[in-house]
Design a binder for this molecule. Sequence first.
Ligand SMILES: *Cc1c(COP(=O)(O)O)cnc(C)c1O
Length: 388
Amino acid sequence: MQVPLLDLKGQYAPLRAEIEQAIAQVCNEQRFVLGPKVGELETQIAAYSQAEHGLGVSSGTDALLVALMALGIGPGDEVITSPFTFFATAGVVARLGARPLFCDIDPRTYNLDPAAVRAMLEKKCEQRGDRLVNKATGGVVRVLLPVHLYGQMAPMDELVAIAKRYRLAVVEDAAQAIGAALPDGRRAGSVGDVGCLSFFPTKNLGAFGDAGMCVTNDRGLQERMRILRVHGGEPKYYHSFIGGNFRLDEIQAAVLLIKLKHLEDWTIARQRNADHYDALIRDAGIAGIVGVPFRAPGYRHIFNQYMIRVRRRDELRVHLAANGVGTEIYYPVPLHAQQCFAYLEHSPEDFPHSLAAAAEVLALPIYPELAAEQREYVVKQIAAFYRA
Ligand SMILES: *Cc1c(COP(=O)(O)O)cnc(C)c1O
């Protein structure tokens, strides 16, 4: 049996006629950037995310970049974030000349641990006038950038309380978490000052290429991000500040508008698949060997990824590949140990939970169309590996 990590063809087939028609419509109208469908998508994604405003941008990475630019982040500034995430989270910070200030994760959820953030702030930072200064670097700590990894939100109540106390802005990296929610029902992206979504094809809501969105309840930030999206020109060709080309294509918006109607059903199917994996792993008697995703009580996990945690992870991965099962490691090297961040002078052991997770996590196929027999086959193969 073949079980790819992700197979988008099954999602496309039933939508094909509708999507082709929508693309043809864009072709006929020849309005390719920031047209009416982008505006409609912004309205609908903002509503879905329970935020007041949406701003379509070119990718999830650019959503993060434009959010930090709108907050005025630049050289001399520092941004608190997780070292256990996709590269873009910290990459955008460094690209703006600012410094990523890493704190370790909660080993159960893989999300930024509020206790680690508090401890870092108390130990490494001090208030000087109205600025929160990193004593070692002299940098000004300005933003808290939690990531909702794998589709489960970080503990935002605690994180926002820390941000309030230290007067930090909060930018949510919600690239993997569209529709995820806190126990009180608030959705990913709507809790911080800006939420950043990605529509990269592997995300739960995937475009036919790159696309992303910023959502916010702050009118002023929305306006600044809107101007930054078009090189900072307002009115056109008059620049009071420097932005970039962060525009969203009309064709991507057309595709996403059609897919958005199915997102709830797809999320429910992912959750069903996750529950099934949990049960299969338990029933196979390997629950002591194969750690299943921890679901924080009350949180709505949208399972962009279903991550198991195992010993001999790399051997297991080879065994699964040899038996037709696709897997992936998100992420094999924590950011504080990346070569490009050597100048931050971390040792790998600085964030032991991130380091350990990077050595032990493995993503199993979880996409909505995955058949029950495929899920059973995947767990059978895992059980066979550990029994041998
Ligand atoms: C996918 C992703 C991004 C970047 O989104 P792109 O659309 O690929 O640029 C940022 N952060 C996280 C956590 C992601 O998973």
